[in-house]
Design a protein around this ligand. Structure first.
Ligand SMILES: Cc1cc2nc3c(=O)[nH]c(=O)nc-3n(C[C@H](O)[C@H](O)[C@H](O)COP(=O)(O)OP(=O)(O)OC[C@H]3O[C@@H](n4cnc5c(N)ncnc54)[C@H](O)[C@@H]3O)c2cc1C
Length: 298
């Protein structure tokens, strides 16, 4: 890859060079990305994807970076940011939102319209693209409960996929097996409800998060999926790792399934802590923990 690529990218979209991934992730960890592009239309996106394919350039879409553990090394490819895909509109009880929208902002917009369904997502610091990819959820609700359909770019075509076609399961979707597909927008179905009722529910959930999560420290949310046998936090507490630290990465005192970037943590610090927890939990409880946070560029 060279400056020839930079010139080609510039013709299609706004582009930046050598941007630390640590500035694009909520964990504040990650080495530089060689190029970051910000397409602002479906036409630009199509041109970009064709160029990357023609030149066999690796790429990665990053939303709000709230579920990513990026390595400390350089990503020698193109990061695609869909921040400029930030339009949304309401049609009756449905909300159509582009993938760069913040799900927190959208849940407040829905509340103002007297539309219920996104209260569970009102504290998830993520993009519409990211929550759809992950089928993010909380309080026993998840995106698949409200998504009607997803507008996707795949095989050089734009098309709508119905909810049933997205193969949503716990924190998983069809998009995991097709990292080359792009989520462009979603259609979300909501129900009418009194604004005060929706606001009160969101407010009580906000307080609950403030009380239980270390929101003042960089993190990627819950690190491990909850195994069927026992919640992950109980297992981590069981091995005595509350507050345990490796380098700059620390198991949160407030929420043991969060690992926070306490002080200039490296990706290696974070992963060493993850691996140690997995090993000890396996030894003590014979249970395998699986990371919910995605590793990128290792
Ligand atoms: C404080 C905190 C609290 C959290 N609470 C919760 C919670 O309650 N529930 C929960 O489920 N999660 C939670 N998370 C985790 C995280 O917010 C979710 O996993 C979220 O879905 C990630 O969205 P994102 O926009 O940040 O995606 P990113 O982290 O940027 O990306 C995640 C994956 O989605 C892919 N992706 C993103 N956008 C697109 C797109 N447009 N097209 C194709 N692929 C795309 C990326 O390539 C990547 O593979 C929390 C995280 C933090 C930091």
């Amino acid at each position: 890859m060279n400056d020839d690529l930079f010139e080609k990218l510039k013709r299609i979209a706004e582009v930046e060079r050598d941007v630390p991934l640590s500035t694009m992730t909520t964990l504040r960890i990650g080495g530089p990305a060689r190029y970051v592009v910000y397409p602002d239309s479906t036409v630009a996106l199509d041109a970009l994807m064709r160029l990357l394919k023609e030149e066999s350039i690796p790429y990665k879409v990053i939303g709000k970076g709230s579920n990513l553990l990026c390595s400390d090394r350089e990503f020698e490819g193109v990061v695609i940011r869909l921040d400029k895909f930030d339009d949304f509109y309401f049609i009756g009880n449905d909300l159509i939102a582009q993938s760069g929208c913040s799900i927190i902002a959208l849940s407040y917009q829905a509340m103002k319209q007297g539309l219920s369904g996104l209260e569970f997502a009102s504290g998830i610091p993520a993009s519409v693209g990211g929550v759809t990819f992950m089928n993010a959820g909380a309080y026993k609700r998840s995106m698949s409960d409200v998504i009607d359909s997803v507008f996707v770019y795949r095989d050089e075509k734009f098309e709508w996929l119905r909810n049933e076609e997205c193969e949503f399961t716990y924190r998983h979707s069809i998009f995991h097996s097709h990292p080359d597909w792009l989520i462009i927008a979603v259609r979300i179905h909501l129900e009418s409800a009194p604004v005060t009722e929706i606001r009160d529910l969101m407010e009580s959930r906000r307080k609950r998060r403030m009380d239980s999560q270390p929101l003042d420290k960089p993190s990627a949310g819950s690190v491990f999926q909850n195994p069927e046998e026992m919640p992950a936090w109980q297992l981590i507490d069981g091995i005595g790792y509350r507050g345990y630290r490796i380098g700059g990465a620390m198991v949160s005192e407030k929420h043991v399934n969060f690992i926070v970037n306490e002080d200039h943590a490296t990706a290696e610090d974070f992963l060493a802590l993850v691996n140690e927890i997995k090993r000890l939990v396996k030894e003590q409880y014979h249970i395998s923990l699986h990371m919910e946070v995605e590793r990128f560029n290792w």
